[in-house]
Design a protein. Structure first.
Length: 211
């Protein structure tokens, strides 16, 4: 896939900030569509999985709507690119312990656990700066490096090489972005993070359009 304007599909499965994300991607004239029918996923060059709320509820909705198996085939068997945002990124994990033990997609081996943070409230809500273990094109051209977060659970990948950004919350270094070839995940909400959020989305689209 080398198209300068890949066809991007935002998956609308009932949990997620689809409208704001659509507007953010359209801001820089990205060819973007809302995907209501799971069977049409294969028509898109890049898919975006967003989400807020409970891990198990999101998994149930994805499976009920027929999205789960279609996403697995798209990403795992066809090696096509996906961007996950907030809960969408967490579902890339092998499992989550939110309200029990539930299986994720397993795109990046690891688990999602409740943040055990000292002297801070949960959920974590607000603006936080990122730090980067290594250079990555997803974060090229940032002006301020502050992004909007809203979550109580965080992703702990087993492979530290998949981590491309972290942020501090109390005593924790929170994994805030991950990457593994055709997979990019963001714990923060780029669509709510003003100019730098738009820059990250644009960079992510450029990267994923060339994998």
């Amino acid at each position: 896939m080398r198209d300068a304007q890949p066809k991007v599909g935002i998956l609308n499965y009932g949990i997620g900030n689809v409208g704001s994300l659509y507007s953010a991607l359209r801001f820089f004239n990205q060819s973007t569509y809302v995907v209501n029918d799971a069977r049409k996923i294969k028509e898109y060059d890049i898919i975006v999985l967003s989400g807020v709320g409970n891990f198990s509820a999101a998994v149930k909705k994805l499976k009920k709507g027929g999205f789960w198996e279609e996403i697995l085939e798209y990403v795992t068997y066809k090696n096509k690119p996906i961007l996950g945002i907030c809960l969408g990124m967490q579902m890339f994990a092998s499992k989550s312990y939110e309200g029990g033990e539930y299986e994720g997609f397993g795109f990046i081996d690891g688990s999602v656990v409740r943040m055990e943070v000292l002297n801070e409230k949960l959920p974590r809500i607000g603006w936080f700066s990122l730090s980067f273990p290594k250079e990555n094109p997803i974060f090229n051209g940032l002006r301020y490096g502050n992004f909007y977060f809203m979550h109580s659970y965080h992703f702990l990948p087993k492979d530290e090489n998949s981590v491309i950004a972290i942020s501090k919350y109390g005593n924790l270094n929170v994994v805030s972005a991950v990457m593994s070839f055709n997979i990019v995940g963001l714990q923060f909400h780029p669509e709510k993070s003003q100019g730098d959020g738009l820059r990250v989305l644009r960079n992510a689209m450029r990267y994923l359009s060339n994998v």
